[in-house]
Ligand binder design. Structure first.
Ligand SMILES: [Zn+2]
Length: 324
């Protein structure tokens, strides 16, 4: 895939992607970076039917869908609107609310706008799932929906979230946060923590036996100690004299958890617990690309054409409670 990333201001973006054809041609350039090839006969020439997102081979007349195998497959919404949403979700530091998306893109149906944003979040999550955590990992657990702020059914339950960030030293020897991941879990037991670490530190999804994490830094909660012992990890325990110390002593996980809570409470005005993981994925995706500002749109649109779509029914399958 072509990697000529470029920084775009809102005005540049607007000019570049102002028509349906602009977006279809751009999608084609991402899917066929060496130029279009007919899958049936290998011919390179085609007619483009932008309105139907199809290309027709000039030789054998075979029609190829430009959007199959991407999050845009079977969408009825104009690609121009999709591109705008992807741009905004890519460059925003705190995400966009569905009400804002509806207004901005003149989308009548709330469900349509909601589904579009979740399809983009799926692309973000699928991209991040390809990365592992390695070396020293700072980790902590947090409760979302604290102090009675969960609304709706099941509000007596708080949602447990595990957070892990790999750390590295820069050229000056300063400790820096690398890659982050957060997961909604049933509990913070040693078994759950162990599975979480195994999945994150595996050198690939099929090689959980090859572990890349060799040390953890935590507040010393017994689950972490048990896992460290079981897995033969070095364990650095930070003893907190009060909860306030967490920000100073485990700064990286503390920051991203605080950030996730404020995005959920602020931008989204609370989210459903069954979708919380998807919003956390978005927060991590953004955190993991914080140094690539000028590449944000290119990277996100590439993620969107590299993964299958998800349907409303697949998304709305289980019971919900609100988390804020
Ligand atoms: Zn052909």
């Amino acid at each position: 895939m072509a990697k000529n990333y470029q920084k775009r201001s809102l005005l540049t973006f607007q000019k570049e992607f102002s028509t349906e054809e602009d977006c279809v041609r751009h999608l084609m350039s991402l899917r066929w970076p060496e130029g279009f090839v007919c899958p049936k006969c290998g011919n390179n020439a085609y007619w483009l039917i932008s309105t139907r997102r199809l290309s027709t081979c000039t030789k054998c007349r075979y029609q190829t869908s430009i959007t199959s195998g991407t999050i845009f497959h079977k969408t009825r919404t104009q690609l121009v609107k999709w591109y705008w949403l992807i741009y905004h979700m890519a460059v925003s530091k705190v995400g966009v609310s569905i009400a804002q998306v509806q207004r901005m893109l003149e989308i009548k149906d709330y469900k349509t706008a909601w589904l579009m944003a979740h399809k983009i979040r799926k692309a973000m999550a699928d991209r991040d799932a390809q990365y592992s955590l390695a070396g020293l990992v700072e980790m902590d657990e947090s409760f979302f929906g604290k102090a009675g702020s969960i609304r709706g059914r099941g509000s007596e339950h708080k949602v447990v979230v595990l957070c892990a960030i790999s750390l590295y030293r820069d050229s000056k020897g300063m400790e820096r946060p690398g890659f982050a991941h957060m997961a909604v879990v049933d509990d913070a037991s040693a078994e759950t923590v162990g599975k979480f670490l195994k999945r994150l530190g595996a050198s690939s999804p099929t090689r959980e036996d090859r572990r890349l994490i060799n040390a953890i830094r935590t507040d010393g909660w017994r689950s972490y100690g048990t896992v460290a012992k079981q897995e033969g990890l070095e364990h650095c325990r930070i003893v907190l004299s009060s909860a306030k110390d967490a920000g100073r002593l485990l700064p990286f996980v503390h920051n991203i958890i605080t950030n996730a809570k404020s995005v959920i409470r602020g931008t989204h005005r609370g989210v459903s617990s069954k979708h919380l993981q998807r919003y956390l994925n978005e927060v991590c995706y953004r955190f993991n690309r914080r140094y690539w500002e000028k590449e944000l749109f290119d990277r996100l649109i590439t993620a969107c054409v590299s993964t299958d779509t998800i349907t409303y029914n697949e998304l709305a399958a289980t019971r919900a409670t609100r988390v804020s």
